[in-house]
Design a protein around this ligand. Structure first.
Ligand code: UD1
Length: 384
């Protein structure tokens, strides 16, 4: 069976491949080194703007989104040196508070520079991120939180213009309740609060490991943050942050994706380094399905596909619930698992677009709103 997947429409010369050719029904074997977490690395890179010195960040994956964030930081005046997976970001002097439209438009995470820019410089101009293939993804929670911290925010010609109301250009600590535990809004507001005057409390905060990683990074730079990884984060603002060296956590989505790859090809893979505590919900679902997951040591997992796999139900939720970023991979596995599975996507409103493509390959999936009912079939067939 051969599958052709057209390249995603990334408008950049760096994307050289036209499509992926996948010849199916082979097994996999071996050890897979897991990269640093992309979503952490992007947040840490934005967070480096808080420090008027330099940050050395290790275990940064070499990906297009990371390259885009490098370009954005460079446009703001950051000097960047890469050696393998280590980045040194010189953030002593910034030359602009304005993020270029072309860069923010390509990647939602680049909007997250608004918090550190505003907190460090007293003003920030960041275009609204463009529409996204997995839903509308608004930034109202970021904006409302910054307003609560004493910023005037206006949206003019698609650009969010934020300015501190205080004469000294500092934000003010505030008590902020998030209507939804948004990862990006928690990160934006936590970063902004590190240099604000006084105490900020973020309630109903996101508890994702990437939020904790960003808090640890900021703490290494001298920030005072407590409670990251829980629903309530308390930040005591400080006047400045200092240089640091920091290592990004392993990518839990890459880990989960290789776990599914082992399962769906009935293979055995060894994955390292991993943080089992970051993927408990994924491990629990894979074990329900009939996949064997063994912890070989504190950071090494052995994953073995079962002789038979059974359907299970999945509902995506904020951490520690089942991650939306693993929903498509698990659905692919469930198309080949015996019985029925019900998959409910609750985080993004439009993140089931892979259903139609899986059906073209012979999967049996019925879709109603944000719920997909998968009935396992014995095999899929390759398709363009
Ligand atoms: C991050 C991750 C992404 C992951 C998602 C949920 C990065 C770079 N990306 O995205 O891979 O899928 O968390 O785990 O870290 N929302 C609002 N208003 C806001 C902000 C968000 O309504 O101001 C809504 C979104 O539309 C969405 C939900 O909140 O429905 C979750 O979004 P959020 O947690 O903010 O995701 P991101 O931070 O964009």
């Amino acid at each position: 069976m051969t599958i052709l997947i057209a390249a995603p429409s990334i408008p950049t010369a760096e994307w050289t491949g036209a499509c992926l050719h996948i010849r199916g029904q082979s097994t996999l074997a071996g050890r897979v080194p897991i990269s640093g977490a992309k979503n952490s690395a992007l947040a840490l890179m934005a967070g480096s703007l808080l420090c008027n010195d330099h940050c050395h960040i290790e275990n940064v994956p070499e990906l297009l989104d990371v390259k885009r964030m490098e370009l954005l930081l460079a446009a703001l005046g950051v000097s960047i040196e890469r050696q393998g997976t280590a980045l040194t970001l010189g953030t002593a002097s910034l030359k602009s508070d304005r993020a270029p439209y072309e860069l923010v438009n390509q990647m939602r995470a680049s909007f997250f520079v608004i918090g550190p820019l505003l907190s460090r410089l007293g003003s920030a101009q960041v275009p609204l991120p463009g529409g996204c293939a997995i839903g509308a993804r608004p930034v109202d929670l970021h904006v409302r939180g910054l307003q609560a911290m004493g910023a005037d925010v206006q949206i003019d010609h698609g650009i969010v213009q934020a300015r501190c109301r205080q004469q000294d250009g500092r934000l003010l600590g505030s008590r902020i309740y998030l209507d939804y535990p948004s990862v990006g809004a928690t990160e934006t507001l936590m970063m902004a609060a590190t240099l604000a005057r006084g105490e900020t409390i973020i309630e109903n905060a996101a508890q994702e490991p990437e939020v904790s990683d960003l808090a640890d990074f900021c703490t290494h730079m001298g920030a005072h943050i407590q409670g990251a990884g829980t629903k309530t984060i308390t930040i005591q603002g400080v006047e400045r942050l200092h240089a640091t060296t920091y290592t990004v956590i392993p990518d839990r989505i890459e880990t989960g994706t290789f776990m599914v790859a082992a399962a769906i090809t009935r293979s055995t893979l060894i994955l390292s380094p991993v943080r089992p505590d970051h993927i408990r919900a994924v491990i629990a679902k894979l074990e329900d399905i009939g996949v064997a997951v063994n912890l070989l040591d504190g950071q090494t997992l052995e994953v073995r596909g079962g002789d038979r796999h059974w359907g299970t139900d999945i509902e995506t939720l904020p951490f520690p619930g089942f991650p939306t970023d693993m929903q498509a991979q698990l659905m692919a596995l469930l198309t080949l698992s015996e019985g029925n599975s019900v998959i409910t996507e609750t985080v993004f409103e439009n993140r089931l677009q892979h259903v139609a493509e899986l059906c073209r390959m012979g999967a049996n999936i019925r879709l109603k709103g944000n719920v997909a009912v998968v009935t396992g079939v014995p095999s899929l067939s390759g398709a363009p």
